[in-house]
Design a protein around this ligand. Structure first.
Ligand code: SAH
Ligand code: SF4
Length: 449
């Protein structure tokens, strides 16, 4: 063992993923930890293994750390029943009824303190508070655009910051764009999140917390309030949701539960860069709407834009999409297509796109590219985007061009460019998220309206 090394961090990625990763993100240093990412089980939560055999004998044993309390907001109703029984706080016979009561307080009323659960016995409330938590994470920053778009930078834990964006007027009333991971392993060449190494998967509670934070700020409690402004959820924030499917699926179960937030699964969209082996499981377990980040119509170009394509090329991807459970004219897949000047925006490519998706109940979201510090691409000219859209429309596909939202916030972020080397990682993530906030068009999920 090297002197001073107490453990080492090795990111075990598949060959393709490793090839996509930029060398500058391979970190070496004295205080590293082994982290294993199993490419065969991509939805397995990131696991960290501390190899104690390598710990230096000079290391002083750490003082015992108090186990963090389980946040009940991250449990589905059946999981909540089990947790209440296991903890001994609620007896078996009453657990189901008690769990529904507590679930309603958390997700229908939005309370953050067990003391507010007025129909639960005082003694039980006190025991719940000793054993569990229902606290919200810390909001580090909140921004509101002139057009009503809202962004929250949320600190889930030390060093674990994510941003969520609420975009009014998208979907039936307004959509919340949530993150599933901190960073991403996939390095799509036009995406800013892809330049950030994966820090970790978000837990179910952390995904649900993004919805709760938005609802707090939008004054959306109780959840059955009339004229709700948060009607849709899109997993289009940071990270690849299908590499964290277990937590994402549980979060969808919680968010769609009618005893709580009650957002219909038809109004929840999961966007993926194309993790084909997980598509069937996504459809079967969540019944969520599917969005595919396509961006190219041939493998040579898609290999560059979305390097995961080397693992799951277009023919495999399209077969997976065609087999997506529940796909129909009423439940169409959305293909996302970022418009990159001189790269993928020719009329020939629009025609190739029509050919590629032939027979699939689909719509296409054309996303003007949002530049970020250090990006190599430019956004296509507006007339080019319109010409591209016209070809798709003529072939019978709805192909809305995403109207830029939250421009004033974006503009402010854009000004960071010259200072980008100095700004905090969270500020850069914010810029990336703001860029992604634009992937939704005003008439998105029209079938879900
Ligand atoms: N990882 C998932 C979901 C998050 S990305 C996925 O790739 O689908 C959400 C969407 O934002 C994707 O369609 C992605 O391709 C798009 N996107 C990323 N960077 C962008 C940029 N700079 N400009 C426009 N769209 C971008
Ligand atoms: Fe990851 Fe999606 Fe960005 Fe690709 S586009 S790097 S998959 S977040």
């Amino acid at each position: 063992m090297r002197p001073g090394v107490s453990a080492g961090l090795i990111l075990s990625l598949s060959k393709d993923e490793a090839a996509c990763r930029r060398p500058s993100f391979w970190k070496t240093g004295p205080d590293l930890l082994y982290v294993r990412l199993d490419p065969e089980e991509p939805d397995t939560p990131l696991s960290a293994t501390l190899d104690l055999s390598r710990v230096s004998t000079e290391t002083t044993p750490a003082a015992p750390v108090a186990k963090p309390l389980v946040n009940l907001s991250g449990l589905t109703r059946p999981q909540l029943v089990a947790a209440l029984v296991e903890s001994g706080v609620v007896e078996h016979g009453k657990a189901k009824m008690r769990a529904t009561q507590i679930f309603r307080w958390m997700h229908h009323r939005g309370v953050t303190d067990f003391a507010q659960m007025s129909d639960v016995a005082k003694e039980t409330r006190a025991r719940l508070a000793e054993t569990f938590t229902i606290a919200r994470p810390e909001i580090v920053e909140r921004q509101v655009s002139k057009d009503g778009t809202r962004k929250w930078l949320i600190r889930m834990a030390p060093g674990i910051e994510v941003e969520s964006v609420y975009i009014p007027g998208v979907g039936r009333a307004g959509a919340l764009c949530v993150s599933s991971q901190v960073g991403c392993t996939l390095n799509c060449s036009f995406c800013h999140t892809g330049t950030q190494p994966l820090v970790r998967n978000l837990t179910t509670a952390e995904i649900v917390a993004q919805v709760q934070v938005a609802k707090d700020d939008l004054a959306e409690w109780p959840s059955d309030k009339e004229d709700r402004v948060l009607s849709n959820i899109v997993f289009m924030g940071m990270g690849e949701p299908l590499y964290n499917l277990g937590q994402v699926a549980d979060a969808i179960e919680i968010i769609s539960d009618n005893e709580g937030v009650g957002i219909s699964r038809r109004r929840i969209t999961v966007s993926t860069s194309g993790v084909v082996p997980m598509l069937e499981k996504l459809g079967d377990t969540t019944q969520a709407m599917l969005a595919i980040s396509l961006h190219a119509t041939n493998d040579a170009l898609r290999d560059v834009l979305v390097p995961l394509n080397k693992k799951y090329p277009l023919d495999t991807l399209m077969a997976g999409v065609r087999a997506y459970p529940g796909l129909s004219n009423a439940r169409r897949v959305t293909f996302e297509y970022v418009m990159l000047k001189g790269v993928n925006d020719s009329p020939e490519e629009a025609r190739a796109l029509v050919k590629l998706i032939k027979g699939i109940p689909a719509k296409i979201n054309l996303i003007p590219f949002n530049p970020w510090p250090g990006s190599d691409y430019q956004c296509s000219d507006w007339s080019t985007i319109e010409a591209f859209a016209a070809i798709l429309n003529k072939a019978g596909y709805s192909s809305p061009i995403r109207t830029p939202r939250g421009r004033d916030i974006l503009a402010a972020c854009g000004q960071l460019k010259s200072e980008s080397e100095k700004v905090r990682a969270s500020a850069l993530r914010k810029l990336s998220l703001a860029a992604m906030a634009g992937v939704l068009s005003d008439d998105d999920e029209d079938e879900a309206a």
